[in-house]
Design a protein around this ligand. Structure first.
Ligand code: ADP
Ligand code: GN1
Ligand code: MG
Length: 356
């Protein structure tokens, strides 16, 4: 582990740090009188930090311009990358670790689970606006920071490979979960094939729209700022819609052990749908609208099989706090998938209310 006070000096900042947030990927610290966020970028996962930071700098600068034009406050409504003393967007330490600093967005909170529908409505406005503001950003100028990130069929094959390898000898004990996962093979191909044929558009998407990746203003809950921009790259709007509902409309935490508490809440779904569609206006296509309920199901499924794959592979990807953590996460996701399946037609009716 690097000496973080020395790392902070490369950004000309004082280090008085506390670990911060509930992210599964990077190491996050609040530093310098709670004014800045210092992050160690997970370079096991993001193998090319140069490309990640290049994307983030270009996107945040673009957003700053747009937010200012719309009369917003760019310092609070998008991330601000603080450069190193020699003008770089991140610091590569001799240890091999890479660090970056963002301005801390104060007076705002990110939630792991929603407390009420208004929070979801506000989160949806923020994610929808993010997508709208980037709608004319040239998608092909962005690096693909994790190739095939939302290629659900690839994720399905990764799961099959981890079952065959069974390096932890855990496959027998999760037969029920593996059998459940195997049912969805055909559905894993749908979004990819529609993107390929041009039936749905490729856009610039966030790709990691879980609820705690948006900051809501303290007091008002106004959707303030979309954070965690590592995975912004070309993708489908369906990835962002589906992934936001996965955590946003869930009635319990992602790692809840009591599955009776885990369900998909239609009033939360409705609040998100309303906010997202209001913000997207006419730029969402008919085909995308038709697939919104499916996106919630398949992206939740995809996350479930990613957790299961990681469990079978020895928990090398997501941060875990105990040995069965990824398995508990798998089970909540699969419970949600089953619940979403039962509610698909109600979801379609709700969407109809906001697309007339
Ligand atoms: P990870 O990729 O590990 O999820 P994130 O970038 O999402 O990392 O950061 C983890 C958590 O830290 C977020 O969920 C949020 O609570 C907090 N956070 C990150 N960046 C900021 C920021 N600029 N201002 C305030 N809080 C932040
Ligand atoms: C990770 O970085 P974080 O914690 O916001 C993951 C997402 C998963 C999510 C599951 C880069 O999100 O794809 O959906 O965990 N991010 C990456 O909670 O893999
Ligand atoms: Mg995050």
């Amino acid at each position: 582990m690097d000496n973080l006070s020395e790392i902070a000096q490369h950004f000309a900042l004082a280090y008085d740090a506390e670990t911060y947030g509930n992210g599964h990927i990077n190491d996050t610290y609040l530093i310098s009188g709670k004014q800045y966020i210092l992050q160690r970028i997970n370079t096991e996962i993001f193998k090319k930090p140069d490309e990640v930071m290049d994307n983030i700098v270009r996107i945040t600068e673009y957003l700053r311009g747009k937010i200012a034009k719309e009369g917003g406050d760019p310092d609070r409504e998008t991330m601000t990358v603080i450069p190193t003393v020699d003008g770089k967007s991140y610091y590569a330490a001799p240890s091999g670790s890479c660090y970056r600093v963002y301005k801390f967005i104060s007076g705002a909170v990110s939630y792991d689970i929603a407390e009420n529908p208004n929070q979801l409505y506000q989160a949806a406005r923020a994610f929808g606006k993010f997508q709208r503001l980037l709608s004319d950003f040239p998608a092909d100028g962005l690096f693909e920071t994790i190739p095939q990130f939302h290629d659900t069929f690839k994720r399905f094959n990764d799961l099959k490979n981890s079952v065959s390898a069974d390096v932890m000898r855990r496959a027998d004990s999760v037969k029920k979960e593996i059998d459940f996962a195997m049912r969805f093979e055909e559905e894993t191909k749908l979004i990819g094939s529609l993107l390929e044929s041009g039936a749905i558009p490729m856009r610039v998407t966030h790709n990691d729209t879980k609820l705690n990746n948006v900051m809501l203003e303290e007091g008002t809950d106004r959707g303030l700022c979309v954070i965690d921009l590592d995975t912004v790259m070309p993708g489908s709007l369906l990835y962002d819609f589906g992934d936001a509902l996965r955590t946003g409309a869930a009635t319990a935490a992602e790692d809840e052990k009591d599955l009776d508490k885990v369900g998909f809440d239609l009033s939360l779904f409705e609040a998100f749908t309303k906010g997202f569609l209001e913000e997207m206006g006419t730029s969402i296509t008919e085909k995308e609208i038709e697939l919104l309920p499916f996106s919630a199901k398949i992206i939740t499924y995809e996350c479930g099989i990613r957790f299961l794959t990681d469990y079978l592979s020895g928990d090398t990807y997501f941060k875990t706090k105990y040995p069965e953590h990824n398995l508990d996460r798998t089970r909540t996701q699969f419970k949600l998938v089953s619940d979403i399946e039962k509610k698909m037609s109600e979801m379609t009716s709700i969407i109809g209310k906001y697309t007339k």
